[in-house]
Design a protein around this ligand. Structure first.
Ligand SMILES: CC(C)(COP(=O)(O)OP(=O)(O)OC[C@H]1O[C@@H](n2cnc3c(N)ncnc32)[C@H](O)[C@@H]1OP(=O)(O)O)[C@@H](O)C(=O)NCCC(=O)NCCS
Length: 183
């Protein structure tokens, strides 16, 4: 799919090998929040690991299972976060949205802006009926972002995920194609 999604302040594009240093730096600046919220970051904690993550994302994009985007600031060109649509092959018609914003760029509205860009990109796929997100119930910032992107609460899966040594519930949020069209 062509043309990078763009808003006034951000644009999303697939990460390239040349972004490996910027990805490592963003992960490094966000280590604590990534560990706490996503159990992610370890694999991209070095430039070599970031290259591996970028290569895996490119392979998954080619195979059709996952679309990973860097979230870039339009003004500075800096990498402000990573956003992804995943599960595209495991459940046709559905996509799981995931998103993180670099810790020192949070609180500027980037999360909502990137979430909306990603949802718009998702619904350009004609077959897509629903974008969904799974949230840790304690993650108030993510809940706010998802709500402001138009997602609706669908229920809570109990002890659905093991994170940092304990079982946690997962809130289910979804955005249907019809809701996106009529927003
Ligand atoms: C969730 C996350 C993407 C939000 O990014 P962000 O750029 O700070 O989000 P925004 O600036 O767009 O803020 C969105 C809203 O959340 C609110 N918010 C931010 N942090 C908050 C917090 N700790 N508690 C409550 N609300 C919070 C903001 O005030 C804003 O609300 P408003 O529009 O009413 O003012 C970011 O915190 C993050 O990367 N977290 C770690 C990864 C994660 O949890 N991802 C979610 C999985 S989908």
């Amino acid at each position: 799919m062509s043309a990078s999604p763009k808003s006034r302040r951000l644009h999303l594009r697939p990460l390239a090998e040349a972004d490996a240093g910027a990805l490592r730096a963003a992960v490094d600046a966000s280590r604590e929040v990534l560990r706490r919220r996503l159990r992610w970051g370890g694999e991209a904690a070095t430039v070599e690991g970031s290259r591996g993550f970028i290569a895996a994302a490119a392979r998954d994009r080619r195979l059709g299972g996952r679309e990973v985007y860097g979230v870039f600031e339009g003004r500075t060109g800096a990498l402000a976060g990573v956003a992804a649509l995943q599960g595209l092959l495991s459940a046709p018609g559905l996509a799981e949205l995931s998103l993180w914003i670099r810790a020192d760029r949070q609180g500027r509205g980037y999360g909502v802006e990137a979430g909306r860009l990603l949802a718009a990109r998702a619904f350009r796929r004609a077959e897509l009926q629903k974008v969904y997100a799974r949230l840790d119930p304690g993650n108030r910032a993510a809940r706010k972002v998802i709500q402001r992107c138009g997602f609706r609460y669908e229920g809570c899966l109990r002890h659905e995920k093991r994170l940092n040594g304990r079982w946690i519930d997962q809130e289910c949020w979804g955005l249907l194609r019809s809701e996106w069209r009529s927003r």
